[in-house]
Design a protein around this ligand. Structure first.
Ligand SMILES: [Zn+2]
Length: 136
């Protein structure tokens, strides 16, 4: 089916077909934003499922995590999950930067040990007790 994405056969550029109408079946294209270093938009036809993009966009998609599940770009639930995962990753990177690699690694280890421990609340109490107030 021309216009649909197949990892092995990239669709040629159709940048002049960006009228919002599917060049193949005249369906009204639905736009999805592709986030990345250089964000761009892809248009998908809800009727024939064709996805339209420029050559440069194909290269970006081919190199991205989206390649294996392109349809998810139009799935708001999936997109929300990706956003949340990215936010969490950024949060951890900020923490690691602030604490330093070694201290961060030890804190992460402590969390890992306690998380699955049957007496985790005891461990948490100990940490809170030891760490509250000024350093001693
Ligand atoms: Zn179409």
């Amino acid at each position: 089916m021309p216009g649909s994405i197949d990892a092995a056969t990239p669709v040629p550029s159709v940048s002049d077909a960006r009228s919002g109408i599917c060049p193949l079946c005249r369906g009204v294209l639905v736009r999805a934003r592709v986030d990345g270093e250089h964000s761009f938009h892809l248009d998908r036809c809800p009727i024939c499922s064709g996805i339209w993009f420029d050559a440069g966009e194909w290269a970006a998609i081919a190199a991205s995590e989206w390649l294996t599940h392109l349809d998810d770009l139009w799935d708001p639930v999936w997109r929300k999950r990706v956003r949340e995962r990215r936010a969490e990753k950024r949060h951890l990177e900020t923490l690691e930067h602030a604490l330093g690699e070694e201290a961060f690694g030890k804190v992460v280890d402590a969390v890992r040990v306690l998380r699955s421990h049957p007496m985790r609340s005891l461990g948490l109490s100990f940490l809170i007790y030891e760490l509250r107030g000024p350093g001693r």
